[in-house]
Design a protein around this ligand. Structure first.
Ligand code: SF4
Length: 461
């Protein structure tokens, strides 16, 4: 910042030739992020926006002037965690009355003013499309005005911003390619908290990938609620994937989340044709029963989904496949549950995210269906699903014994600086001995041990 001359005003602000108000200069802010990768990418945009306005990021919330909590609303549990954290900040305000607390993201978008009334600790709320207004919300809070901006946008993609990477490893980076979702799955809150689907320009995405590569990142993950619906002018997702893969053959490319109804063979073929596009696909099914899929408004049948899985296994046999499963959705019968179990066995997933149905306010399911599956039945079905998946993940890792994989070293393991961790193309975590100088490098590792969740191995010299 350039300082021409200083005049002291009565309100302790400094005015200078560049008319930068002292209010935010060097004010420290702390940000914590809950929920999905998309929220992590959003927090990186928020840091970029605030740093451009002169605020300083701190990793110690106790020394911050502004605390930002970037939230998730996908399940009730996620919101309860945030409420717990707000209690901590309420106490912090007792010792630091000038502290400002802002809530960002999906929970803020879902609850709006209601949350401001319920949580006096909060000074402002900004929804996922309102981050450019954060500076103004903070300024209002500084003069005692509590404010909310939950305006959703049909255009906003933040495509012009340069995210500040928060993951210290300096190896992997998230790049959001689209925002919002037009699928109206009946159990989901995302279309209400993140708005309509819109895609960033392919040029801004390629530039961000090039920038990340130049900065030493060796892997990017393209993010969207439904990446398969990406479309900017004549560039669809398959074309975009190819363009990102062309940035450098040393840059690994991953993407999430695919949507069964829109997932094409073209995308699978681009993956097969490019070694640096990682061979792992996350294809949420949610249920194995077509009756349940209809009630969930997923837009595809069991057979359609199985056809997508068969296409992956045919074109890329070594591809790892993961999914999302909901147990105990409204009116789910034992037979519906058995359909989920049988489909999981047939697909033989490498891993999965598995949850009990958690009713969310104001979506189609909440307005039209009874949450009629007793909690103990939901828990029983979920345990059966988790047990099955644990066995399949164990078998999947067992298959890798003796195999050698190219691993991108992401960091040192939590237990020892002499142990490194990274992932293979199949998105499996591998732990092995090595020097931390190798972080950010590709190494070959031969698997000699495994658990249900992790592979262990030895680096080839
Ligand atoms: S695809 Fe369905 S589950 Fe996924 S974010 Fe969109 S509405 Fe939600």
């Amino acid at each position: 910042m350039i300082v021409f001359f200083l005049l002291t005003n009565t309100d302790n602000t400094f005015q200078c030739g560049a008319t930068v108000k002292y209010n935010n200069f060097m004010k420290k802010f702390y940000i914590e992020t809950y929920g999905c990768q998309m929220n992590v990418a959003d927090s990186e945009l928020v840091v970029s926006l605030l740093q451009d306005k002169g605020y300083k990021l701190t990793e110690n919330y106790k020394e911050s002037d502004i605390i930002l909590v970037n939230t998730c609303a996908v399940r009730e549990k996620a919101e309860l965690r945030v409420r717990g954290k707000l209690t901590l900040y309420k106490n912090l305000k007792k010792t630091n009355p000038n502290l400002k607390v802002g809530l960002l993201g999906c929970m803020g978008q879902r609850t709006k003013d209601e949350l401001l009334e319920q949580e006096p600790v909060l000074d402002f709320i900004a929804g996922p499309d309102a981050y450019r207004d954060l500076h103004n919300l903070i300024e209002k809070a500084e003069i005692g005005q509590r404010a909310v901006n939950v305006q959703l946008s049909k255009e906003e993609t933040y495509g012009d911003l340069k995210p500040v990477r928060l993951d210290k490893n300096g190896v992997t980076a998230f790049i959001s390619i689209s925002r919002g979702c037009d699928n109206m799955c009946s159990f989901c809150i995302v279309p209400f908290t993140r708005g309509r689907e819109r895609s960033r320009s392919d040029k801004s995405i390629i530039d961000e990938a090039k920038n990340a590569f130049e900065k030493g990142y060796r892997e990017v993950t393209l993010l969207g609620q439904n990446v398969d619906k990406y479309k900017f002018e004549d560039v669809d997702f398959a074309k975009l994937l190819q363009k990102v893969a062309n940035v450098s053959k040393k840059l690994r490319v991953r993407f999430s989340t695919s949507y069964p109804h829109d997932f094409t063979n073209k995308v699978i073929q681009v993956m097969a044709d490019n070694e640096n596009i990682c061979k792992s696909i996350h294809l949420p099914v949610q249920s194995g029963s077509t009756r349940m899929l209809e009630k969930m408004k997923r837009g595809y049948t069991r057979e359609w989904y199985m056809d997508r899985i068969s296409a992956i296994k045919k074109i890329i046999p070594e591809c790892a496949i993961s999914t999302d499963i909901i147990a105990g959705f409204c009116s789910e019968t034992d037979d519906d549950h058995k359909d989920t179990i049988s489909l999981m066995k047939w697909a033989n997933y490498d891993t999965a995210f598995m949850f009990k149905y958690s009713e969310r306010p104001n979506n189609y399911a909440q307005r039209n269906y009874a949450d009629d599956i007793p909690e103990d039945v939901k828990s029983e079905r979920l345990s059966e699903i988790i047990e099955l998946q644990s066995n399949m993940s164990y078998e999947s890792n067992k298959q890798d014994l003796g195999k050698t994989f190219e691993v991108l070293v992401e960091g040192t393991s939590k237990r020892s600086e002499k142990r490194l961790f990274g992932r293979n193309s199949q998105n499996k975590v591998i732990i092995f001995d090595g020097n931390k100088k190798l972080v950010g490098k590709y190494v070959n590792v031969t698997v000699n041990k495994f658990t249900q969740a992790t592979l262990l191995g030895e680096m080839n010299e």
